[in-house]
Structures are given as C-alpha cells and as structure tokens.
Design a protein around this ligand. Structure first.
Ligand code: 5AD
Ligand code: SF4
Length: 469
C-alpha cells in the first residue's frame, strides 16, 4: 500500500514568502508572462497553478509570446511528434530572447520527466534557463528565484508521492473548473508512458476536494470536472476511506454545484456502485468518457487493459439501462503491435455497435521504455494511417446518426462561448450529457443556463433555438 505524503504547510509557507519577496521586485517593473499548454486537462490544470504562482510573484498575463518577459511551455509526451514540435518552438524563441535578454524561457510538464530529456534540452538551448517536471509545482517560487539570480536549472525530482494542497491558481473560466482528485497512474497499459512520467497513483483527501469545490462554487462556478488518469480507482489504495462513488455522493450537495463531470474512466474499475450513483445523483452529468482503446479482446490483453470486449459492452448496456439519455465518448488506438485486419474489424464493429457521441482516435505511437514499444509485430505506418482513416469515416457517420436523434430535443444548456457573425451573435454550449448546440442569442448569456430546442443537425454539431433564458 502506498501511503500518501503531503507537502507540509511549512514548506508551502516558505515558498509563499519567497513569492512575496520576488513580487516586491517584479511588480514595479510591470513584467508579463505567457504560458502555452500542450496535452490533456491535467496539463491545463497544472498551467493554472503555474499562472497562479506567476500572478502572486507580480507578473501579469501577456497578450502574446512576443511581448512576454517569461515564456513557459507545458509539454506532453503521450503521443508522437510532440518532441519535434517542442524543439521547433523553442528554437524559434532565440530571436525573441536576443531582442529581450532579460526574458526567461522555461519548459515544464510530462516530457521533462523523461529520462535524460531535461539535461539534453539545457545543453541544446542556451536560451532556456528553467526546466521542471510535474511533481515540483509547489517549488516554483524557489526555482524562479534561482533563475532570476542568473542560474540555469532543471528540477525533475520524482517526489512520487507528494501531494501539495493550497497552491495558488489562476483560472480564466468563470463557469467551469477542473478539479484534480488524484495524481499519477498505476495501470501500466502497455502502450502508455504516463505511469513512468507522472508516477504512482495517489488520491487527494475528500475534505480537500470538497473544500476546493465549495470555494469554486462560492465564486460563481457551477460546473466542475473531476480529473484523474483513472477516476474510478479513486481511493483504491485505502488512504482516503472513500471510493469514487462515495466521493461523488460526498461532494454532490455542495451549494451551487449544478453539474459534476469526471474523466477519465477506466472500464476495469467502473463498478455497479458508480453506475448506480450516476443514475441517482441529480447533478452528476449523463456522460461518460470511457476509453475502449480496442474492440478486440486479444489486443486488449496485450494492451494490459484488464477487460474484454464483452465486459466493455456490458458496462455500456448496464449504464444505458440505468440512465437512458446517457452519452458515451471514447479513445481508440489503431495499429497497436499485432493488430490483425480481423482485430481491427472488431474495433470497427464495436464502434458501430456502441454509437459513441464522439471519439478521439489515434495511430499507435511507440513510447520509449514501454512494453508495447518492445513488442515485435509493429504495424507499418501506412497500415496505421489507412486504419485510422477507415475508423474516422465510420465515427463521422456515427456522429451524424447520433446528432440526428436530437432533432426536437429540449434541454438546459450552459453557455460557453459566443461568435459574433456580423449582426448575429451565435452562442454555443453543452447539454448536461455533453452534446454541444449552437443558437443565436446575446453575449450577456455567457456562463448562464438557458433552455434550447434542437432544430437541425449538421455534420458535427447541433443547431437550435433558445426557448427560455
Ligand atoms: N500511442 C497512441 N495513442 C496513445 N494514447 C496513449 N498512449 C498512446 C500511444 N503510445 C492515447 C490513448 C489514451 C489517450 C489519452 O491517448 O487512447 O486514452
Ligand atoms: Fe495510461 Fe492506462 Fe494509466 Fe490511462 S490508465 S494513463 S492509458 S497507463
């Protein structure tokens, strides 16, 4: 059993003192920052913490890279070309740095946790002076102070079991927020690098999670998304006294909390209790992002996913029985080592059968250090590409089919954004089950709930009219 270790309050106070000291120097100079985030919601959430620190230290957010005094790339290494792209991005900053020698360029995120990466980057890019990994966000002020004093540093400690509470955050969304419930992953799916870079699974305390949500709701947020690599294994290590379904019940009555979302779910841990809870709690949204990865049980076994095609389908069936208006989205990998034409057809038939509202589809990309990267029967890139195309065509057809079901549907939408098109303002937002709809309205309705009726279904979206604001 892993016992969670929390970053001590003293340690955090020390960092906040450093931040306050730096602010005395930084604030009067009117310096600005620009943070660019790649990858998943986890990284988006981490960037909010870095931005929170930067604000506390006296930096203001810049409009663009060109005008910023501190530039940070938050990187992802889950799939392919990210590394090449990052190298290009960093190389391109040299000119900016030459024009503004006081500029600080930093890189953080999962990719920095990869063996040897941080050192390699420091060597290759003399204009980069700060590199840090995913487990040391609580030490940001100390790291920045060193850099402001002229050091070039890389901090990628594998303080695996550290959970830091009470870090500052700068969130730019007043409607919806991500809330981490756990960090890391212990599942070791054979294709995946996440357990190696984000470390062991550890769950936050329920009280800390509830307090964060209560504060968010007090500030006007009404929708939260609980984040974890596998939210369904929340508390499985026995450290929290609660499992995921208990956590949902425990937070659901926070005043003002209208919508609870969560991601990602792992089919192996999505149990009857969780399903019943989704059905029973009025503010848990009827949407499950349930990555299937493959429709073939043999491939699933080689992926170390620990469920079969049949088990996956049984979850879909049971949830539909309990929650008739539920929608599913998924992640799928094609061209995993050893995937035969027949195995790939099993994926197609599963997609046909389930009818996902949408799917993120990927060609398998070998990640150094993972089991699958060492498997012998790798699939040629051309075949992966071809399969991805076939899968995407099928899913596009299923998305249209799914959309068509909604013509005439009436429901509450949380308004997320607006597009001014000449005279007209197009608003968009989601029903509780994650379906997105566009409709005309005025931008004062942003972040509010309105009732929308679906009139038309397009290829990728629904078009509706507001019937009640
Ligand atoms: N190759 C392709 N896709 C991958 N994913 C994770 N690792 C890989 C890989 N090596 C996909 C999975 C996962 C999503 C976040 O990224 O589908 O669910
Ligand atoms: Fe990667 Fe599997 Fe963990 Fe998801 S559950 S982060 S795919 S190892």
């Amino acid at each position: 059993m892993i016992t969670s270790c929390f970053v001590s309050e003293n340690e955090l106070t020390e960092q906040k003192v450093i931040a306050a000291e730096l602010a005395q120097e930084i604030r009067p100079r009117g310096l600005t920052f620009f943070v660019e985030t790649f990858g998943c919601q986890m990284n988006v959430r981490d960037s909010e913490t870095v931005k929170g620190w930067l604000s506390m230290i006296g930096y203001k957010e810049a409009e663009n890279k060109e005008s910023a005094d501190f530039i940070l790339f938050n990187t992802c290494c889950v799939r392919d070309h990210a590394e090449k792209r990052l190298m290009g991005n960093i190389g391109a900053l040299k000119e900016l740095k030459d024009a503004n020698p006081g500029m600080i360029i930093g890189i953080c995120g999962c990719m920095m946790q990869q063996e040897g990466m941080a050192k390699k980057l420091l060597r290759r890019f003399p204009h980069v002076s700060l590199i840090f990994g995913t487990n040391v966000l609580h030490r940001f002020p100390e790291m920045l102070r060193a850099v402001l004093n002229g050091d070039r540093i890389a901090v990628t400690d594998r303080a695996d079991d550290a959970i830091a509470e009470g870090l500052p955050k700068l969130r730019d969304n007043q409607r919806s927020a991500f809330v981490n419930i756990m960090y890391g992953c212990d599942n070791y799916c054979s294709y995946c690098i996440v357990p190696y870079v984000r470390g062991h699974e550890r769950s936050r305390k329920p009280e800390d999670i509830r307090e964060e949500i209560a504060n968010l709701c007090e500030s006007g947020i009404t929708e939260i998304t609980l984040l974890g690599q596998n939210v369904n294994s929340y508390g499985n290590d026995g450290t929290t006294g609660m499992r995921f379904a208990d956590l949902l019940r425990y937070i659901s009555d926070v005043p003002g909390l209208k919508r609870i979302r969560f991601m990602s779910s792992h089919p192996k841990d999505l149990n009857e209790d969780v399903m019943q809870t989704i059905a029973a709690l009025p503010n848990v949204c009827h949407h499950v992002h349930l990555p299937v990865q493959s429709g073939n049980s043999e491939i699933l076994k080689r992926m170390n996913r620990k469920y079969t095609r049949e088990h996956y389908l049984s979850i879909i069936e049971r949830l539909r029985e309990l929650v008739p208006d539920i929608e599913f989205t998924t992640d799928i990998i094609v061209g995993f080592p050893g995937e035969t034409e027949e195995a790939f057809r099993d994926t197609l038939s599963l997609v046909e059968q389930v009818g996902f509202a949408s799917a993120f589809t990927f060609a398998y990309s070998p990640r150094q250090g993972t089991t699958a990267a060492r498997m012998e029967d790798q699939i040629p890139e051309a075949v992966k590409k071809q399969r991805l195309k076939a899968l995407n065509e099928l899913q596009a057809r299923k998305t249209v089919e799914n959309n068509e079901k909604y013509i005439g549907f009436v429901g509450e939408v949380l308004v997320e954004g607006c597009d001014e098109r000449g005279e007209e303002t197009m608003l968009y937002g989601k029903y509780q089950n994650f379906k997105m709809v566009y409709f005309t309205g005025c931008k004062e309705l942003l972040n509010r709930y309105v009732t929308v009726k679906v009139l038309q279904s397009n290829k990728n979206s629904l078009l509706g009219e507001m019937i009640d604001a």
